[in-house]
Structures are given as structure tokens and as C-alpha cells.
Design a protein around this ligand. Structure first.
Ligand code: PMP
Length: 405
């Protein structure tokens, strides 16, 4: 078959199913978060307010972070100059790893080029190198964890989402002498629900299993120093590995694991996704370290974000606009129809200057299509009023069901 025909058919298939992704071409405005300039295909531009950013606290624009990055560029230049092994380890990387180990109360930490790569490389390495290991994976784990486990070709069990009972049932049926690892997340990004971490640790302890917690949507946001949900719940020491990102609440880019010195040394020594790739630019490491330090000391951003999340939820309730109740900072407004979800998102953008990407299948199950809002400390009361006013208008226009509070 002609390859161009093959590519075109595959893309047409996505388009017919409504799964073809169209990116919003944004120019973030430095110092003006959450404002951005949208570039349209015809060359014109529009001022928009971003409502779906994973720069959850606006740290990507924080002067402490941008100043640290500029200073590092002035001192070290642009790139790292090599892999970590061959000339690419910069002192900023070493300092960042110390900062991360301290954040999670672990002996050591190891940084990767993204959260995706850290999950893929760390889980892939542990699960492929530990003989006869069984990996237990939450049914809603992120693609990066799934790919890491798949890559390892180890035996795996999928347990029901957030169910320690199902995990216990499956572990009890397995050979007690085999090494075991339980992989799960703290905050799930699409529903915003939170795992019962302590209960999972109890089950893991019962069967002598290691635990691997993805705190990508929680680091910087939960815990008195931003150490994540495990810090808030006082269970960091019960987890074998805590994995996180530098690209969401910390506003920069990169991923990491924090664990014992021996485990980090093992991953450092065997993970191809760590070994055979250029190290992060020193400026990113400097920016991330500045962001982590700032959020260790400052409660201000977290408190303002919580207030804005509560305010948005209350205003949605007042208008009967249905949203998933959850204990996190993620506010999923449920449209439950793919075409209407896309239509709402287009109208919010074109008519109101509100940018929120529609979340459709396969990211979420059919019939649970939604607009996923992430209020930040930098959204104003006027932004929230503008958003809820627009949603209220469009809810009527699209004849969508309201929920009576
Ligand atoms: N884990 C989870 C749960 C995620 O949602 C994501 C990305 N959205 C990642 C890992 C990957 O992190 P990063 O964006 O830093 O690659």
C-alpha cells in the first residue's frame, strides 16, 4: 500500500471518530498569566484567558523562576552539553536532585527529561530487571506508566481503580515468594479523585510489595511544603518510589523519581531512558529548583488556588451547571456529549476569549465528555464571573441539562 494513502486513511479515521486533535496556537504572555495571545490560522490574533493550563500555580511566569533561569543561562549557556554520563551533569542538576530528595524525605532523587520519561524509564527498568516480579497497576494509570510496564514484558495485574480491596484480592492469589510492585497515582488528572494511599501501603506491606506513586498532579500543590498528597497524609516514608514532574505546578519541564540511594543508583545505572539522552538544560534545572524552594516556603499560591477552586464550584452550583465533585483542584464540567463539548469549547474561545480544550474519548470514556477547568491563584474574581456567565449562556443555548443543587 502507498504510505501516503495509509497515513491519510489513519488520520481520516480519527477525524470521522471526532478524535482528531487540533492545537490552539498560543503565545503565553510573560508576567500576565493566565492571559495569552491566540494566533488564528488566517494570521489574526485574539487575547484569551487560559482555563485549562497544567501550570497549576502560574509558576512558569513567576519572577523567582524566570530570574533563576536567566541567571543560569548567563552562567552556563543554553544546553547541558551531553548525557549525564558524558559531560552533561551540571551542578544545577545535582542541586535540583538534592532539593527533590529533601522535598519527599528520601535519600536520593534522579531527574529525567519529562514525567513521561521518568515513569517509562523507572518502571520499565525496575519491572524488567527484577527477576520474576509481578506489577500491580491501577486501572486508570497514565499512559507513561502503562508503557513502562509493557516495555518490561513482566507479569502484570490491573486492579480496580482506587480499590485496595481488589489489590488485596489479586495479591493474595499470587505466589507469596515473588517480588511485587504496586503502581498508582495520587491525584487522577481527568476526574480529580485521590487515591487512598495509606490503604494501598497497608496492602503492599501485608504482601511485602514495593510501592510506586505518581504524584505528577499533586507535587507543589498538596502538603505543607508541596511534597504532594503523600506529604499531606504523612505517608511519604511508606512509599518506595515517589515520581513527579517539574512541568506542571513547578511551571518548567522535566520529571523525577525520589527513593533510596540504592534504588536511584540502580535506575541511574540501568535505565536506557536516563543514560542515552542529553541532560536537561541547566537553566531548566535552576528554574525548577527555584520553583520548588519557593513553594516549600510559601503557602500563598496554594491557598489562593483553593479559594478560586471553591469559588468556581460554588458559582457553577448556583447555576446548576454539573461538575464532578472531587477533593482536588481539578474542576471537570460534565457535558457528556462529544459534539456539544467541542461546540462549547469553540464558542467559549471565539465569542468569549475563554480557552478550554474539550476532553473527549479516548482520553475519557464515551458519554463522560467534559470541559476540564484548572483554576489557578492568578485567575481573578472577574475571570470566574466571566467564565460562569458564559457557561450559563451556552448551557441554555445547547439545551444541556442542569443539576438542581
Ligand atoms: N503522569 C501523569 C499522571 C500525567 O498526567 C502526566 C502528563 N500529563 C505524566 C505522568 C507525564 O508528565 P510530563 O508531562 O512531565 O511528561
Amino acid at each position: 500500500m502507498d504510505m501516503n494513502t495509509f497515513f491519510k486513511n489513519a488520520i481520516d479515521g480519527l477525524k470521522e471518530a471526532g478524535n482528531y486533535r487540533v492545537f490552539c496556537d498560543l503565545e503565553r504572555k510573560s508576567g500576565a498569566f493566565p492571559r495569552a495571545l491566540r494566533h488564528r490560522a488566517d494570521g489574526s490574533t485574539q487575547d484569551v484567558t487560559v482555563w485549562c493550563s497544567n501550570d497549576y500555580l502560574g509558576m512558569g511566569q513567576h519572577p523567582v523562576v524566570t530570574a533563576a533561569m536567566k541567571e543560569a543561562i548567563d552562567r552556563c549557556g543554553a544546553g547541558a552539553g551531553g548525557t549525564r554520563n558524558i559531560s552533561g551533569t551540571n551542578h544545577y542538576h545535582v542541586e535540583l536532585e538534592r532539593e527533590l530528595a529533601d522535598l519527599h524525605g528520601k535519600e536520593s532523587a534522579l531527574i529525567f527529561t519529562s514525567g513521561y520519561v521518568s515513569n517509562w524509564a523507572a518502571l520499565g527498568t525496575l519491572a524488567s530487571k527484577i527477576p520474576s516480579i509481578i506489577v500491580y497497576s491501577d486501572a486508570l494509570n497514565h499512559a507513561s506508566m502503562i508503557e513502562g510496564i509493557r516495555h518490561a514484558r513482566c507479569e502484570k495485574r490491573i486492579f480496580k481503580h482506587n480499590s485496595p480491596e481488589d489489590l488485596r484480592r489479586q495479591m493474595a492469589a499470587d505466589d507469596p515468594s515473588r517480588p511485587k510492585l504496586v503502581a498508582f497515582e495520587s491525584v487522577y488528572s481527568m476526574d480529580g479523585d485521590i487515591a487512598p494511599i495509606a490503604e494501598f501501603c497497608d496492602v503492599a506491606d501485608e504482601f511485602g510489595a514495593m510501592t510506586y506513586l505518581d504524584e505528577v498532579h499533586a507535587v507543589g500543590l498538596y502538603g505543607s511544603r508541596g511534597g504532594g498528597v503523600a506529604e499531606r497524609e504523612g505517608v511519604m516514608d511508606r512509599l518506595t518510589v515517589i515520581e513527579g514532574t517539574l512541568g506542571k505546578a513547578y511551571g518548567v519541564m522535566g520529571g523525577y523519581i525520589a527513593a533510596s540511594s540504592l534504588l536511584c543508583d540502580f535506575v541511574r545505572s540501568f535505565a536506557s531512558g536516563f543514560i542515552f539522552t542529553t541532560a536537561l538544560p541547566p537553566s531548566l534545572a535552576a528554574g525548577a529548583a527555584a520553583s520548588i524552594r519557593h513553594l516549600k516556603a510559601s503557602e500563598l499560591e496554594r491557598a489562593k488556588q483553593r479559594r478560586n477552586v471553591e469559588k468556581l464550584r460554588a458559582r457553577l452550583d448556583a447555576h446548576g451547571i454539573p461538575h464532578l465533585p472531587n477533593p482536588s483542584h481539578i474542576v471537570p464540567v460534565m457535558v457528556k456529549n462529544a459534539a456539544k463539548c467541542k461546540f462549547l469549547s469553540d464558542l467559549l474561545l471565539d465569542n468569549y476569549g475563554i480557552y478550554v480544550q474539550p476532553i473527549n474519548y479516548p482520553t475519557v470514556p464515551v458519554g463522560t465528555e467534559r470541559l476540564r477547568f484548572t483554576p489557578t491563584p492568578l485567575h481573578t474574581d472577574a475571570d470566574i464571573d466571566h467564565l460562569v456567565g458564559a457557561l450559563n449562556d451556552l448551557w441554555s443555548r445547547c439545551a444541556l441539562a442542569r443539576e438542581v443543587a
